[in-house]
Write a protein that binds this ligand. Structure first.
Ligand code: NAP
Length: 248
C-alpha cells in the first residue's frame, strides 16, 4: 500500500522547484494532485501530464495564492473536481531581497501578500471541508530564515516567521478536529529561487552548511510525504528544518 493512496492534495506553486517535487512524490505515493501556478503555464501543463502518466488524477490551476477570492474559487474547484481535500501544502513563495535602508513598500507588501497572506487565504478556505471530514494535514513552507533571520531579507524572514506562528496556532485550534498543521523550514535548496543569488552567495552558504552541499527539492518533498501520511499521525504544531544542519 502506498503512503498516500487515494488521498487528495492541493499544492500551491507546483509548477517549479520544491512544489513540483512534492507533486511528483505525492503522485508516486498514490495521491491525486491539484497544484497551482502563477505564470508558468507551459511547465504546469507538462507536469499535469507527467502526474497523470503515473496513474493518478491531476490538475493544474492558474491561481494567485495572494488573492483571498482566488483561494475561495480554487478550493471550490478542487472540491468539485476531486470531491475532497486531505492535504494542503502552502508552498507558493517569492523573494524581493533588499537591505532595510533600501527596501520599498512594494517589495515589503508583495512578499507578505504572496508568502503569508496566501497561507491565511488557503488555510481559511480549506478548514471547513477538513472539519467535516474530521481529518486533514496542512503543511506550510517556511524557511530557516524565518527561524533565524537573514540580513537583506527582512520582508522574507518576517513572512516566513509569521507562517510559523500561524501554523502553531492552527495546530492548537484544530487538533480536536483531527486536523494537523506542520511547517517545513528548508535551508539552501537547488531551485530557481536560489539560482538567481549567484556564485558568490552560493559559496558563502556552502561554507556555513555542515553537510557541505545544497539540498535538493526531492529531499524536501520526502519530508512533505512524511508529514502528509499516517507515519506522522501524532506530529502537529512542529517546525522541521531541512537544511543540512545549517540551522540547529
Ligand atoms: P521557485 O522555484 O521560485 O518556485 C516558486 C513557485 O511558486 C512557482 O511554482 C511559482 O509559480 C509559484 N508562485 C509564486 N508566486 C505565486 C503566487 N502568487 N500564486 C501562486 N503560485 C505562485 O521557489 P522554490 O525554491 O521551489 O520555493 C518554494 C517554497 O519554498 C517557497 O515558499 C520558498 O520561500 C520556500 N523556500 C525555498 C528555499 C530554497 O532554498 N529554494 C529555502 C527555504 C524556503 P510560477 O512558476 O507560475 O511563477
Amino acid at each position: 500500500m502506498k503512503l498516500l493512496q487515494d488521498k487528495v492534495a492541493l499544492i500551491t506553486g507546483g509548477s517549479r522547484g520544491i512544489g513540483r517535487a512534492i507533486a511528483l512524490k505525492y503522485a508516486e505515493e498514490g495521491a491525486n494532485v491539484c497544484f497551482t501556478y502563477l505564470s508558468s503555464e507551459q511547465k504546469a501543463k507538462e507536469l499535469e501530464q507527467e502526474l497523470q502518466a503515473k496513474g493518478v488524477q491531476a490538475k493544474a490551476v492558474q491561481s494567485d495564492a495572494s488573492s483571498f477570492t482566488g483561494a475561495e474559487a480554487l478550493v471550490a474547484e478542487v472540491l468539485e473536481s476531486f470531491g475532497k481535500v486531505d492535504i494542503l501544502i502552502n508552498n507558493a513563495g517569492i523573494t524581493r531581497d533588499n537591505l532595510l535602508l533600501r527596501i520599498t513598500e512594494d517589495q515589503w507588501n508583495e512578499v507578505i501578500q504572496t508568502n503569508l497572506n496566501s497561507v491565511f487565504n488557503l488555510t481559511k478556505m480549506i478548514i471547513k471541508p477538513m472539519m467535516r471530514q474530521r481529518a486533514g494535514s496542512i503543511i506550510n513552507m517556511s524557511s530557516v530564515v524565518g527561524v533565524n533571520g537573514n540580513a537583506g531579507q527582512a520582508n522574507y524572514a518576517a513572512s516566513k516567521a509569521g507562517i510559523i506562528g500561524f501554523s502553531k496556532s492552527i495546530a492548537q485550534e484544530l487538533g480536536s478536529r483531527n486536523i494537523r498543521c506542520n511547517v517545513i523550514a528548508p535551508g539552501f535548496i537547488e531551485t530557481d529561487m536560489t539560482e538567481k543569488l549567484g556564485e558568490e552567495a552560493r559559496q558563502k552558504y556552502l561554507e556555513i552548511i555542515p553537510l557541505k552541499r545544497m539540498g535538493t527539492p526531492d529531499e524536501v518533498a520526502q519530508v512533505a510525504v512524511f508529514l502528509a501520511s499516517d507515519l506522522s499521525s501524532y506530529v502537529s504544531g512542529q517546525v522541521i528544518n531541512v537544511c543540512g544542519a545549517m540551522s540547529c
